[in-house]
Write a protein that binds this ligand. Structure first.
Ligand code: COA
Ligand code: AMP
Length: 645
């Protein structure tokens, strides 16, 4: 195995982007074919395929029907929660999408309007997204595990004309009614939404508000199918909110043209998937993995995708393997945390007994750092290449991978592989100088980013600059830290900012802190991520209480846990909270979260030279020991240094 071919393609994509990406663009059916490939923009991200036009829904659905794939299954929907499954062919998908798009038009939605989609993993979610693309409306899918106030803040930012939702989601713990959450969100938000469309599921009937809420079935019955409209390559296809360091989520904007080109290219290059193959990404449509590799990627290339409602270990740890066999899945994508959950429940792989996995060519893992143990366990059990690959909501498709469709490279556990051609990845020091191999620093990508990556942040050009572009002029900062080895393999070690990764879900410490501080008893709060064997990280809240109050500490903690669940959502998995007398800070008042994070992971820390009161750190250590997160006997103070945490 060699990576010379990848190196050559990296050079080609970097030195001749026009030739490189216009070749990739040939996989897309354009209405106005691109004349220009890339237009740079001073201090900005630039535009891919300016002046070209297309329709993403046409490329993902209609053209496959025209090419004779109408009878091929486009989407298998499998629910381990309701023990049911259904299949929809490309022809059926085209008919449903065209009709639902007609329903949206009838309710006043047009090109450029936003539509928020708050749905579980059902086929109708895919139909709603594709219907938006068909009429040039911009969808913004909000993950169903988020609470009403998170939904409300996204509605206020995206200002949609309409919201599409379902009556409920179904989790192992039972039915989760979505409609009351939607109603609450619509009351909480400033922006007024005139219409909603509700899919009633048999497990729970949502109450309809007359005049505002329309039944999915009725909308479909009343609608006329509509054709695909022409949109500019640079028109937004969707907004997807992700967590930054503050409590306010960032709306990542994706275009139509660059997105279609990059995703179609990545399906073959990274996942080795072509028309007629079956691809399964066991994620949720509310995350970028769901957008790119449950919906758009597989459908753009005419593959069959699988939409899964359920967990990796319910009803048992063999469920993934049985689904792969039953639907003849060729490539499977999940998060390392899901593999850890399976390994924990079935370390010997008994769930694989009697399952024929010959169809499966590779397992792909992303969403968080993949520890070598998990990767090696999966290799042993599945006996196929296990490919760790690294990317983020902002990039929309893999930055580093082992591109099996171009040339397989050696798998090095702990590394997501080489930079994918199109991305020029560097590891920089604080001054922006490239660091030597084996030296950890900030991972940055030299501009321009390839097609399919973010084109901006919705309503927030300043945050695009301050969050990504101004730190190292000429580069996009990923927010991750890591290093290269001698062979050019990248090792991604974690975030440099205050973003948490809980079971592959990206969450902001700032948002947790906002919620904790809104409790009447709390004076101050800090949230850090502590290591967890299953979920990678868990949030831990350290709170300082207002003085002079008679309080039942256990009751306060229970209230704090409940309010995070209520305001952020169950997915935050917030269960660890402790009271401290004061938070360790620098003399200028910056909370030393990094130092506390190290303490909580059992590392000895150097007293930051700028610390205001060293005793505060000692008190945090005692609190962590009381919670059993560290042992009290463990020495926690290393040699003094000038590190500021
Ligand atoms: N709607 C409503 N509630 C949801 C939800 C949704 N779409 N998704 C999760 N939740 C709830 C769960 O029911 C659970 O609630 P509980 O506290 O009442 O049990 C809580 O949010 C946490 O859910 P989850 O993160 O799924 O954790 P878990 O403990 O139930 O399961 C794993 C652990 C590892 C099995 C699970 O996190 C998993 O499968 N992770 C894969 C993650 C993934 O695909 N990430 C996407 C990036 S690729
Ligand atoms: P999200 O935008 O929610 O997909 O989260 C992206 C973040 O998850 C990245 O910036 C990384 O911090 C982390 N991440 C995703 N994939 C990997 C990986 N393969 N290895 C290490 N970290 C990863």
């Amino acid at each position: 195995m060699t990576h010379a071919k990848i190196r050559e393609l990296q050079r080609h994509a970097w030195q001749q982007p026009q030739a490189y990406w216009s070749q990739a663009a040939a996989a897309i059916d354009w209405i106005t074919p691109p004349k220009e490939v890339f237009q740079p923009q001073p201090f900005g991200l630039g535009q891919w395929f300016p002046g070209a036009s297309l329709n993403t829904c046409y490329n993902a659905v209609d053209r496959h029907v025209e090419a004779g794939r109408g009878e091929q299954v486009a989407i298998h929907t499998v629910s381990a929660m309701t023990n049911s499954a259904s299949a929809m062919t490309y022809l059926e998908l085209q008919q449903q999408v065209a009709r639902f798009a007609g329903g949206l038009v009838r309710l006043g939605v047009g090109k450029g309007d936003r539509v928020v989609i708050y749905m579980p993993m059902v086929t109708e979610t895919a139909i709603a997204m594709l219907a938006c693309a068909r009429i040039g409306a911009i969808h913004s899918v909000v993950f169903g595990g988020f609470a009403a106030s998170e939904l409300a803040s996204r509605i206020d930012d995206a200002t949609p004309k309409l919201v599409v939702s379902a009556s409920c989601g179904i989790e192992p713990s039972g039915v989760v009614p979505y409609k009351p959450l939607l109603d609450e969100a619509l009351t909480l938000c400033q922006h007024k939404v005139a219409n909603t469309i509700l899919l009633q599921r048999p497990q729970y009937q949502g109450e309809l508000q007359v005049g505002r809420d329309h039944l999915w079935q009725q909308v479909m019955a009343d609608a006329e199918p509509v054709a695909c409209v022409q949109v500019d390559a640079n028109d937004p296809l969707y907004i997807l909110y992700t967590s930054g360091t503050t409590g306010k989520p960032k709306g990542v904007v994706r275009d139509n043209g660059g997105h279609a080109v990059a995703l179609a290219w990545s399906m073959k290059a990274v996942y080795n998937i072509e028309a007629g193959d079956v691809f399964w990404a066991a994620s949720d449509v509310g995350w970028v993995v769901g957008h790119s590799y449950i919906i758009y990627g597989p459908l753009l290339v005419g593959a069959t995708t699988l939409l899964y409602e359920g967990k990796p270990v319910t009803p048992d740890a063999g469920i993934f393997w049985r689904i792969i066999e039953e639907y003849q899945v060729n490539a499977f994508f999940t998060a390392p945390t899901a593999i850890r959950a399976i390994k924990r429940a079935d370390s010997e792989g008994k769930g694989l007994a009697g399952v024929d996995l010959q169809c499966l060519k590779a397992l792909y893992l992303a969403g968080e750092r993949c520890d070598p143990d998990t990767l090696e366990w999966a290799q042993r059990q599945l006996k196929v290449p296990v490919i760790d690959h690294w990317w983020q909501t902002e990039t929309g498709w893999p930055i580093c991978a082992n591109p099996l469709g171009i040339a397989p490279i050696e798998v090095k556990p702990g590394s997501p592989g080489l930079a994918v051609p199109g991305y020029m990845v560097e590891v920089l020091d604080e001054l922006g100088q490239p660091l030597p191999v084996d030296t950890q620093g900030a991972i940055a990508i030299k501009l321009p980013l390839p097609p399919g990556t973010l084109t901006g942040l919705w309503n927030n050009p300043e945050r695009l600059q301050s969050g990504y572009l101004s730190h190292y002029p000429g580069y996009y900062v990923t927010g991750d830290a890591g290093y290269f080895d001698d062979d050019g393999y990248l090792y991604v070690m974690g975030r440099v900012d205050d973003v948490l990764n809980v079971a592959g879900h990206r969450l902001s410490t700032g948002r947790f802190e906002e919620v904790l501080c809104s409790h009447t008893a709390v004076a101050e709060a800090a949230v850090i991520g502590v290591d967890d064997a299953l979920k990678g990280q868990l949030p831990l809240g350290l709170v300082v209480l207002k003085q002079g109050q008679e309080l039942d500490l256990d009751a306060v903690k229970a209230e704090l846990i409940a309010s995070v669940r209520e305001q952020i959502g169950a997915v935050a998995a917030f269960k660890l909270v402790t009271v401290v007398e004061k938070l360790p800070k620098t003399r200028s008042g910056k909370i030393l979260r990094g130092t506390m994070r190290k303490l909580a992971s059992g590392q000895a820390v150097a007293l930051p030279a700028t610390i205001d009161d060293p005793q505060a750190l000692e008190l945090v250590h005692q609190a962590l020991a009381k919670m059993g997160l560290v042992t009290s006997a463990q020495p926690w103070l290393a040699q003094p240094s000038s590190v500021s945490g």
